[in-house]
Ligand binder design. Structure first.
Ligand SMILES: [Zn+2]
Length: 439
């Protein structure tokens, strides 16, 4: 994605959205879309109140459409149903005047691409979300993940169809009710609200709705490369992420990239009894734990040479944001039963801004990570292969390690003083007034 020069800014709007938070998000999008042409003061209270009224008058309708979307199974293992999701979303967008194309490559669910052109608008906001969901373990569900139900804060089922208004602490129970169909529905409802208020959009809006995010979006680069204009926008909002424990709206100016490597080390060529060969035949588990231990200490510090070289120092605006961050570290420590977090006293927010090396995977800033890690492993005396080593290799080298790399995503950070980003932040601050109101 970074190679597209027309993408001027990438920006991650991180909104936790669940159930009736939908209504709040509706207002946020409404304000976002209007933010650029009218002064914040003028629009703020009026649009906020009007959107609130709209939402209040249409709660069951919004919920009904959302429930229909959530009822379509969206597992990676079921491509025909993913296709049904894409078709349903395309129809919903088209019903709102959006030009829709399903972008396809063989072997992947379609990307739903939409473009809402607004006469006279010079800027374009892109909205990314995904319609596929995490795998389902049926025995862990009290109700069917694709038969959405509403429950109150105590967990009791609510007969929502016989009601017109819902408590803000109620929750929809369904796969993808939060991650990540909520922003899709929220955006549609925002468009409905603005149309009903006769509030014209001041920006063009693009939609990029992914169907394989939960399995790594491996076809997305190819799909985008086939459609070079799809990514052209002034700013992209990546609407995917959890509600922070503080329950405050958060805007994330970037994301960690991700690089995964599967490491296999080798002992003898066949199984053997430790009574006969222990202490003589190399022990692969011990080799691996020592190798991992050489890469990262118990305080999250990465010991691989050069790993931190590309980490950009925090800009003053980022330092200020960090200082004002609503930390929930103490509550999280209680919830996760972690007495002593890693990081030598640094906050979670500070630690999130550094590269991390987890034994489950590696997250860092660019492809050079691969070279750095391989150099490090070689220095520990390992001979590196990327395929299964043949017997000759294993006879010739004392320590053989197989590395299987997968590239999962590029890291990026958006400047906090970026004007388009600041317009979004202002819009969210305006809409935030709704957070305290529940009906
Ligand atoms: Zn997601």
């Amino acid at each position: 994605m970074r190679e597209k020069s027309e993408v001027r800014y990438l920006f991650w709007l991180h909104i936790g959205m669940k159930a009736l938070f939908l209504a709040i998000v509706t207002a946020i999008f409404a304000r976002c879309l209007s933010a650029q042409s009218t002064s914040a003061q003028e629009l703020g209270a009026t649009v906020r109140d009007q959107v609130r009224s709209y939402r209040h008058a249409h709660e069951r309708e919004i919920l009904g459409e959302f429930v229909r979307l959530l009822s379509i199974p969206n597992l990676a293992s079921d491509p025909p149903k993913l296709e049904r999701n894409a078709q349903a979303i395309a129809a919903n967008l088209e019903g709102r005047g959006v030009d829709v194309k399903l972008l396809r490559v063989p072997g992947a669910p379609p990307v739903v691409y939409g473009w809402l052109r607004v006469p006279g608008a010079r800027s374009t906001i892109g909205i990314y979300a995904h319609y596929d969901g995490q795998p389902v373990e049926a025995q862990q569900w009290q109700s069917s993940p694709f038969s959405p139900g509403l429950r109150d804060a105590a967990g009791h089922t609510i007969d929502w169809q016989s009601m017109t208004h819902y408590d803000g602490e109620s929750r929809i129970y369904a796969r993808s009710a939060g991650d990540d169909k909520a922003p899709i529905q929220a955006t549609m409802s925002a468009l409905d609200a603005l149309r009903s208020l006769k509030e014209p959009l001041s920006v063009n809006v693009k939609f990029l709705l992914d169907g394989e995010e939960e399995v790594g979006s491996s076809h997305l680069p190819e799909i985008l490369n086939n459609h070079p204009d799809t990514l052209a926008a002034d700013i992209w909002l990546l609407c995917d992420g959890p509600l922070p424990p503080s329950r405050r709206m958060q805007v994330f100016f970037g994301t960690r990239g991700e690089t995964d490597v599967e490491i296999t080390v080798y002992g003898a060529a066949r199984e053997m009894h430790s009574g006969n060969y222990g202490n003589w035949a190399p022990n692969p588990i011990v080799l691996l734990t020592h190798l991992l231990d050489s890469m990262r200490d118990t305080d999250a510090k990465i010991l691989i040479s050069g790993f931190y070289d590309d980490v950009r120092a925090l800009a003053p605006s980022e330092q200020r944001a960090l200082a004002n961050f609503a930390a929930s570290d103490e509550a999280l420590k209680q919830e996760f039963a972690i007495a002593a977090p890693e990081g030598n006293g640094a906050s979670l927010a500070e630690q999130l801004l550094k590269p991390a090396l987890n034994v489950r995977g590696i997250r860092a800033t660019d492809a050079r990570v691969r070279q750095q890690v391989e150099t490090h492993i070689e220095r520990q005396g390992f001979f590196i292969v990327h395929q299964n080593p043949d017997i000759a290799i294993r006879r010739a080298h004392a320590r053989v390690v197989k590395l299987e790399w997968t590239f999962a995503g590029q890291a990026f950070r958006t400047a906090m003083d970026n004007p388009a980003a600041q317009a979004i932040v202002k819009a969210i601050e305006q809409a935030k007034g709704l957070l305290s109101s529940r009906r």
